[in-house]
Design a binder for this molecule. Sequence first.
Ligand code: GDP
Ligand code: MG
Length: 604
Amino acid sequence: FPVENIRNFSIIAHVDHGKSTLADRLLEITGRILKTDRNKQVLDKLQVERERGITVKAQTASLVHNYEGKKYLLNLIDTPGHVDFSYEVSRSLSACQGVILVVDANEGIQAQTVANFFLAFEAQLSIIPVINKIDLKNADPERVEKQIAKVFDIPQEECIRISAKHGTNVESVLQAVIAKIPPPNMKIEDPMKALVFDSTFDHYRGVIANIALFGGEVCKGQKIVSAHTKKSYEVNEVGILTPEEQPTNKLSAGQVGYLIAGMKDVEEAQIGDTFFLQKHPVEPLPGFKSAKPMVFAGMYPTDQSEYNNLKSAVEKLTLNDSSVTVHRDSSPALGAGWRLGFLGLLHMEVFNQRLEQEYNASIILTAPTVPYKAVLSSAKLIKDYRNEVITIVNPMEFPDKSQVSQYLEPMVLGTIITPDEHIGKIMSLCQGRRAVQKSMVYIDDHRVMLKYLFPLNEIVVDFYDSLKSLSSGYASFDYEEAGYEPAELVKMEILLNSRSVEELTTIVHKEKAYSSGKAICERLKDSIPRQLFEVAIQAAIGSKIIARETVKAYRKNVLAKCYGGDITRKMKLLKRQAEGKKKMRSIGNVEVPKDAFINVLKRK
Ligand code: GDP
Ligand code: MG
């Protein structure tokens, strides 16, 4: 294919607006798949993607289409739809010259529509607006066109109305792709330069890297080098994706396809990396960054005897997802486990769900935390650390205030789109989460777009669920990273009869310390059984107690009634009975069932 007959594009949309369905129709029209219902959402390969209707890993397909007597190679680069994967989205987009922006004719513009639009807009791509689901009874394409004109400044007439489900007008989307999206501006004569925009692991063939050729040609037998790792490899196979891998003799400038070169680990082909020929080094493509986890959680097998099985499942899953970070961890209460880092909340949930579904694992996931930072004061700096700013992902490593000139917390800019009758409730929800409103715009007569700056920590637990429930499901939410800001953070410890419980230590904002301490104490009270003496449950910041609950002791007469006789025998009996019932952990003289930790540590 001559470069002028190649188009590289992506479909972007809010979840459920019809991206996968449209992709299926495009594959059908171009003869890549047959028209049967079995092929529904061909590009969503993972079970969790099919169930949740989201795309986690990007899939790509090269389509051949005849138009006005010419043959075109249309490379559809599927992007993950969610903000957690926004780095992957922007990498996929950098392999494109244009996008199809799909908006549901009934729901209109939603939070992810906005986020995805701006990723494409900032990358200076041609944008083809498509209104989908015009077959729906409540479809109001005109209203949605007006929203698009208002929010994105795209003339109403440019919108293409389709039904991806029924195939209505889908042909004109393909025509627009050919007419409006420019061919890639890349030359075969230039040195070979390949952008890695996705990679997967195959047990037999090793890493399969999805690449976009920004110049030159690459074929089997050549020696290539990764700009990021500096390692060199011999190319075993190149080809195009249909979406199945189909080997070809070579890939050339402007094309998109896959490359296999004996890499054993997805880390060797990280998203955003550049490959070049060993004999002809080039400057790497700009903007590579390693995946940066923003949400951390502890993970433990429900039953310690499952540890080895879980370990191998985690290893297998991370083979395909280099953005999850894994560190071994252990807790006296929950046993051996890991501390995992994820790109965001959805990423964490998807990982969890895949472990359960694909590997049948039963796990305990602890409440998520975010990476805080501390700017160390100079005295501490000279003594212990080389860096002035440290990142804290484990509350036990939280440096004391005396050593710190400032604590920092990660922020995100959130976009909420909602029918206006819910504005009041949503504003108070956001205020309760320490958010600062940045803007409020009507996108049509009844719908509002709100922007808030949130501390990331305030949205990692149940924010999205609360937003959904107080708007009866109508509000949508998306966010992007917004750097770090100073925050008054404190380390809160939980004490049982004055002994600190390591796994319940948390980092909290000063304003939230009281309510969060109180909640943990109450939950613990409900799950610690009565003992022979009183148990004080306290939340403390340094030496200051901020909340307290008490588990009363058994009363003597209760004991007398039940057992009678010698008191030490009674105690032994009681103890044995308790041990039989639940696995206990002793903290000082207090016996705590494992469930108590799970109740407090678990999300929700
Ligand atoms: P994605 O999340 O953007 O990939 O959305 P999907 O393609 O998975 O579609 C979400 C849901 O909308 C599915 O149940 C589709 O069958 C349905 N859908 C997609 N396109 C249309 C359409 O044109 N009309 C109607 N009525 N439903 C559609
Ligand atoms: Mg989809």
